[in-house]
Design a protein around this ligand. Sequence first.
Ligand SMILES: [Zn+2]
Length: 144
Amino acid sequence: MMEPDRMDSQTHSRGSRWLEKGDLRPTRQRLALAELLVGDGRNRHVTAESLFDAARAAGEKVSLATVYNTLRAFCDVGLMHEITVDGSKSYFDTRTDDHPHFYWEDTQKLTDAPTEQLRLASIPDAPAGTEIAKVDVVIRLRRV
Ligand SMILES: [Zn+2]
């Protein structure tokens, strides 16, 4: 088993390396949120609210607005992708390659769907004067 100290320093260095990749100044709050997002070396999907709750649980004094703005900043520099599921609900993903998602309607969780099973045969042309910025595939799931 890993010593707690060693785990903390790994979590910490993963968080700070990640911020460096985005060329973001490692403020204390950014670092704390980065550690919660990528400190264990795994990708995750969060909402501003779920990350806020996790930060509070970890003893970080941070406001929901700051969490939201920090997630936006992470997206702006390409560290995360934003996926809008309902008009009002945004999820933020630390995995930044193109991949489809499952949205679990009962638990309101967003998880990765298998990329290799997705075939987009054709999509509508972008209207004149526009280009397609991004195609999000969100498959909504209902339990039967
Ligand atoms: Zn994802």
